[in-house]
Design a protein around this ligand. Structure first.
Ligand SMILES: [Zn+2]
Length: 138
């Protein structure tokens, strides 16, 4: 549900509730909007009311957040256990692996945002290592 402040040609302001902005557009286009004070059909949107119905659910439930944290911890753990820490050589090593100049292996290390962007633009498969969520939580 969405609330609009509506206004008729005579300047009467009132509030109308609609299933969606498309529903408002349809009712306005078909002349179904009526001013409750003077029955004028010349009704238009005033300002959008800063109110929405209270049925909107939060975007992420606690379970969702927990699942994401577990996933991120899992990825981080896997990379740290199986990857080779190449530190600041990461961009160079990632490039070498991409162009087959060195052995294919999982690596991790440091790259600036600029370096990471350049790698991605070259088609090198890199991904940011998820933060240590267990540490962030504490
Ligand atoms: Zn009116």
């Amino acid at each position: 549900m969405i609330a609009y402040n509506l206004k008729c040609a005579d300047g009467h302001e009132f509030e109308g509730w609609f299933a969606s902005s498309a529903a408002f557009d349809e009712q306005a286009a078909t002349g179904k909007l009526l001013c409750p004070l003077c029955n004028s059909r010349k009704v238009e949107k005033a300002m959008m009311a800063p109110a929405v119905s209270g049925t909107k659910k939060p975007e992420f439930s606690a379970e969702d957040v927990k699942a994401v944290h577990q996933y991120m911890s899992g990825v981080r753990k896997y990379v740290l256990e199986h990857g080779e820490d190449v530190g600041k050589d990461f961009p160079e090593e990632a490039r070498k692996i991409h162009y087959g100049e060195t052995a294919q292996r999982p690596i991790y290390g440091e790259a600036t945002l600029k370096e990471a962007t350049e790698l991605i633009e070259e088609g090198v498969k890199v991904a940011p290592l998820p933060p240590d969520v267990d540490k962030l939580a504490n």
